[in-house]
Design a protein around this ligand. Structure first.
Ligand SMILES: N[C@@H](CCC(=O)N[C@@H](CS)C(=O)NCC(=O)O)C(=O)O
Length: 211
């Protein structure tokens, strides 16, 4: 029987992935419905609240806005930390990653991955400028985590912040494969989060997509 909670999105990781990972981490059922292609999307777009995806439905109602959906899921399963400070650090890391890494989907993937936009006149500069922003953001996230001094980013449990950073690094890796070996902190983070049995199992089973 299909799970009551459902996320409808395209057949990519992108804006649905943190929510999918949160359900995997919590060991809860999520119906992961993926639009087959743009032909199907053109038929159902008009039925979506804002004509965009993801759209999430649960017994309480319908949600749009991927960050809201992921936070709802994390709160529902107690994966936002235990104190106000831990919850706020989760928000902080999510916002930092969403803003900085989100640019990759807008300014790089259309020409470099999907080939639906012309290559910019100065592709190397576009890539370098964005890469430097990622490096700056990662250094800041590292400083936040180090100030906490906990096993995982904001506390001793894996929370939304860890999931979001994992998603962001894998998102960035498509354009910048070198990001995974940026420094020992990134390497240790990736090793720790991907050896969590729940995450490891999820990653081994999820559909293989380009982004
Ligand atoms: N702020 C929204 C943005 C949603 C969004 O831009 N969705 C894109 C896919 S990533 C979409 O539905 N594109 C298809 C369309 O607009 O027709 C969110 O975070 O959920």
């Amino acid at each position: 029987m299909a799970a009551q909670d459902k996320i409808l999105y395209f057949n990519i990781r992108a804006r649905a992935e943190p929510t999918r990972m949160i359900y995997a981490l919590a060991g809860e059922q999520l119906t992961d419905e993926r639009v087959a292609d743009m032909k199907e999307w053109s038929k159902i777009k008009k039925d979506q609240p804002l004509g965009q995806l993801p759209v999430f439905t649960c017994k309480e109602g319908t949600l749009v806005m991927s960050n809201t959906i992921a936070r709802y899921a994390a709160k529902k399963f107690g994966l936002m930390g235990k104190t106000l400070w831990e919850e706020t650090l989760n928000d902080l890391i999510v916002e930092c990653c969403a803003e900085t890494f989100g640019v990759i989907g807008k300014k790089i993937f259309p020409w470099k991955v999907f080939k639906v936009a012309p290559t910019p006149e100065n592709p190397e500069k576009v890539l370098e400028d964005i890469y430097q922003e990622l490096v700056k953001t990662l250094a800041y996230v590292q400083s936040v985590a180090e100030a906490q001094g906990t096993k995982h980013l904001v506390c001793d449990e894996v929370t939304l912040a860890d999931v979001w950073l994992l998603f962001s690094l894998q998102h960035a890796e498509v354009a910048f494969p070198q990001i995974m070996s940026l420094n020992p902190w990134v390497e240790e983070f990736m090793s720790r989060i991907t050896s969590d049995e729940r995450i490891k199992d999820y990653l081994s089973k999820r559909p293989k997509t380009v982004v």
